[in-house]
Design a protein around this ligand. Sequence first.
Ligand code: MG
Length: 203
Amino acid sequence: MKIICIGRNYSEHAKEMKSEVPKEPVFFLKPDTALIIRNQPFFLPDFSKDIHHEVELVLKISKAGKHIEERFAHKYYEEIGIGIDFTARDIQAQCKEKGLPWEKAKGFDSSAPLGLFINKKDLPPVGEIPFHLTINGTTVQKGNSKDLIFSFDKVISYISSFITLKKGDLIFTGTPEGVGPVKTNDRLEAFIGKEKLLAFNVK
Ligand code: MG
């Protein structure tokens, strides 16, 4: 199982990061050791002083595919969930400055808390899915898949032109604006529509 994450897939987030809106999808990988499931707590790592939340809709790949055409991509995922792409923003800034890969900032242990999934038949159309993240009860990020720069189908097609997708692979589809730091004792809760699918504490 692999975790593939799309960077800068909402233009307001690209703006807040002072990044250009990309002309083709940007992606990176996290190892399976990044996953946190069943609402287990997230322990702040000691190598960073600036761990940011990025709430993202997550696609679960349902069958293997390579060179998937965009028009067939919808056949490769049945379920959509929500997760956090935790990012060591200070480390990422150092990597960006030196032109180095981001793995240290993005792929560390427990950097990918993952919630429950919903069958897409039970959701609004895939291009209109609202989601949000609260911290200690206050909404900090709010997004909708209608604002994606690259649609789910485009992303699946693009990734599969480089990397074979397998059943169970996860695609984190990018974060909307409002990213920011988390601190000890914060409680994060992530929702698709009104459904709370992920809830955990920061320790
Ligand atoms: Mg992200």
